[in-house]
Design a binder for this molecule. Structure first.
Ligand code: BG6
Length: 502
């Protein structure tokens, strides 16, 4: 249950009949409602160009909740969520009339609620609609002039530095920066937030969390799914834009940031932005050494034959778009100088797993005889983000027996076992934070731009040197050979998780 009364809020979802609203937003809102996390005075206004009567819209939403919500739908909670809360407006998302109708509907709620109604505008739409919608809102006075109003923007936020800057400028004409919530849903994941708890709520780890003890860091976000029905979008994106510029860099920032002075949104985001600024830029001539791209061919994933990326719907048969990226990244500051961060992400990989591996340096002196340490490997901390939500500390222990022989063992913390409660979906956390006006888990304009400025040179090199070997990995594998070479050159290998993936 919420502790403090929340300000009355009207959540306007643009693109309310679309996939994101159906799969993620409404199931998350339903959970928040059923568990008492929404403001007492709360309404959802769905806006979409698709003609639908309210009843039909609600039936559509219900199937989404039944299919994707972590809570089983119960009729009483569904009725209380939908009956008074949800309205549906059919309108062209960039037409001025739509905004007039909205302004009126919000005003009516404000009056019903005794003069307070914070409007939150959630853009679950194509990126091309961000600017027209923001401008439409500005024209009817729903931007900066309404102090509690907020706009929530989904990724992709631009497709390079220049387009992100343009978008930031045009949003900035209508909303103050603190009213703009740029979503990176990885930041809403419990286990990602737990990295902050682990690092800054404990005395164990921070003293060794630097270049003196940490040898290298690996961040893997591997998916078994392919591009599914999103070929149209993905053909213009690719894995570098879709995953690295946002999710993987944010994971890196969470691991590498300095301790914040407080959990104030600006303070946390300043510390993360410092990391982005410290990442060593990729010089054009070094891109081939530090970055690997791949595209999946046909293969087998979990016993099923799956097609090559080039044979997916809405994908060009000679597409050069990458579905896999591996990078070697350095963070040039006192804490991390010369510690490599190896990042990789891909679709149609062998296992679905998001994981961070922190590998420590060897002990300074090995006193045990060689035979005692034949199984020795460096101490590691493994942060499993999904599908397992756990933390493993891996260290050496003496094997039982009359002689000294060491073997690696694990200390394991599992979310499920320790807390016995269900983990909220990222969108539940993020939606609630938007309602509270807490921007900690959202991307600030300068963060987004700093991240783009890092990937821009790679994009440019890749665009001017089209790949000649695509597809270069089979679906169901761990990516192209070159990704193994990237790390093997340093005498290391990608960590193979003994944890169950999916
Ligand atoms: C999205 C990407 O941001 O993240 C998708 O656009 C990707 O391509 C998805 O599949 C992965 O998110 P999750 O939460 O399933 O790891």
């Amino acid at each position: 249950m919420s502790q403090t009364p929340l300000t009355p809020t009207v959540l306007v979802i643009f693109g309310a009949a679309g996939d994101l609203a159906w799969r993620k937003l409404v199931p998350a809102l339903y959970c928040l409602s059923a568990e008492g996390w929404l403001p007492e005075k709360f309404a959802v206004i769905g806006v979409d160009r698709k003609e639908m009567a309210k009843e039909e819209y609600l039936r559509h939403l219900r199937t989404g909740v039944e299919s994707f919500c972590r809570r089983k739908l119960d009729d009483a909670s569904w009725t209380s969520f939908t009956s008074s809360l949800v309205q549906y407006h059919c309108g062209d998302l960039s037409h001025p009339d739509t905004f007039g109708v909205l302004a009126k509907a919000i005003e009516e709620l404000r009056q019903q609620w005794g003069g307070v109604a914070n409007p939150v505008f959630y853009l679950a739409t194509a990126p091309s609609l961000i600017e027209p919608i923001a401008q439409g809102l500005g024209k009817v006075g729903l931007g900066k002039r309404v102090p509690g109003s907020r706009i929530v923007v989904e990724k992709p936020f631009g497709r390079d530095l220049a387009s992100a800057q343009t978008l930031n400028r045009s949003l900035g004409e209508v909303f103050e920066e603190k009213q703009i919530f740029r979503i990176d849903h990885y930041l809403g994941k419990e286990t990602v937030q737990n990295i902050l708890a682990l690092r800054f709520g404990n005395a164990w780890f921070e003293p060794i969390w630097d270049r003196r003890y940490i040898d290298y860091v690996q961040i893997t976000v591997a998916e078994t799914i392919g591009v599914e029905q999103r070929g149209g979008y993905y053909e213009r994106a690719g894995a570098l834009r879709d995953m690295v510029q946002n999710h993987l860099f944010q994971l890196l920032c969470t691991v590498a940031m300095e301790p914040p002075v407080s959990f104030d949104a600006e303070e946390v985001r300043n510390k993360k932005t410092d990391v982005l600024h410290a990442i060593r830029p990729f010089p054009t001539e070094a891109v081939h050494r530090l970055a690997v791209r791949g595209q999946y061919g046909a293969g087998w994933v979990r016993g099923e034959r799956v097609p090559a990326y080039r044979n997916e719907p809405n994908v060009s048969p000679d597409s050069r778009v990458e579905t896999f990226v591996a990078l070697k990244v350095f963070v040039d500051n006192w804490r991390w100088q010369d510690v490599p961060f190896y990042l990789r992400t891909g679709k149609r990989m062998a296992q679905r797993i998001s994981q961070i591996v922190i590998s420590l340096r060897p002990v300074p002196h090995q006193a045990f005889p060689e035979i005692a340490v034949d199984q020795w490997h460096p101490n590691r901390m493994i942060l499993n983000i999904q599908p397992q939500e756990s933390i493993l500390l891996n260290f050496q222990a003496k094997r039982p027996g009359p002689t000294i022989r060491l073997s690696p063992v694990d200390l394991r913390f599992s979310y499920r076992d320790a807390f016995k409660s269900e983990t909220p979906e990222a969108y539940e956390t993020l939606l609630r934070d938007v309602i509270l006006g807490d921007g900690t888990l959202f991307m600030r304009a300068d963060q987004v731009e700093a991240a783009w400025s890092l990937v821009d040179p790679i994009l440019q090199v890749w665009e001017s040197n089209p790949p000649t070997d695509f597809p270069n990995y089979s679906a169901g594998s761990w990516g192209p050979e070159a990704a193994q070479v990237l790390i093997a050159r340093d005498g290391r290998s990608w960590f193979e998780s003994p944890e169950d993936g999916e």
